[in-house]
Design a protein around this ligand. Sequence first.
Ligand code: NAD
Length: 333
Amino acid sequence: MKESQNNQMRNVLVVGGAGYIGSHVSKALALKGLKPIVVDNFYSGHRDFVKWGPLIEVDIKEREKLAAALRGVEFDAVIHLAAHIEVGESVQNPEKYFLNNVGGTENLLSVLEELGRNVPFVFSSTAAVYGQPEVDLISESAPLKPINPYGESKMQAESRIRAWSERVRAPVCLLRYFNVAGADPECEIGEAHDPETHLIPRLLMSLLKPSTDFKVFGEDYPTPDGTCIRDYVHVWDLAQAHLAALHYLKTHPGPHVFNVGYSKGFSVKEIIQAAEKVCGLRVPYTKAERRAGDPAILVADGSRALRELGWHPEFAGRLDQIIAHAWAWHKSN
Ligand SMILES: NC(=O)c1ccc[n+]([C@@H]2O[C@H](COP(=O)([O-])OP(=O)(O)OC[C@H]3O[C@@H](n4cnc5c(N)ncnc54)[C@H](O)[C@@H]3O)[C@@H](O)[C@H]2O)c1
């Protein structure tokens, strides 16, 4: 997106902007001359990740407080990332996930409608909406069959957003991210979930703190080395996909869906080997049973985003860079 093309879009509400992905999106917006206005309740976000624009501290589950907080705020687009994201917790406590991920989204949409702000809207969805597809590359037209409440809550949120888009005629992009990893190449922000359940940060944390157990769940999958294969997307490339989506929505109204992935998978063992090379350390791990509901292979067909959004990822296939940026961030934090 060129600077001259930003003239009609200045302020972008970044809901969940204090989190891992939202803070990278905020930085990417600011670098393009846009103003990110972060909306967050700090459930899992970080105050020191809000550094590229103003903050509105509010919980999107509280509809009236949200309406009051947004009244009078000038914004031209919304990027909605706020959610609970732990698959395992969603199985233990599905209600919490539906309340926040579906209920919070409904509140946000109804407040936008009440305020007459039917602006371009980009939503953080997930590959978890596909469940366990039996195909090598998952395209956007694959059936939606989530296998856990987290994926189900995201699928329901997508459907609420589509209905809102059609009702109020607001342009919408639903971005289905695959496995997001890495950190800001300038090392200002990075991945800091608590608890951390994602593979690469857990691996790196086990190197920094040898008391942290690093487990490989299942070595008997029908994959070349027996471990699960995933499509790891650099968080900075993902942030750029949001900019591309905002630009696309200026001329392409209507709800659109895009996978955000590199169409290339790496196994857990390949991640371990790459990390050993990047970090110059051996990665000790313990073998564990498969986790329920973990598909053997989840790799995007990411061609639509490349073709239609004009997304130009910088780190596709660069697992070494993804790990190097995450490693730099974890070492300095
Ligand atoms: N991390 C991944 O690999 C991944 C993959 C696919 C999809 N996603 C989606 O991307 C989005 C961001 O994920 P993340 O990894 O940055 O998570 P994160 O937990 O770091 O960020 C989520 C942010 O939303 C905020 N939030 C949550 N509930 C809120 C509420 N009720 N009101 C206001 N703010 C609230 C949190 O405080 C946090 O700042 C999520 O919607 C997630 O489902 C993430």
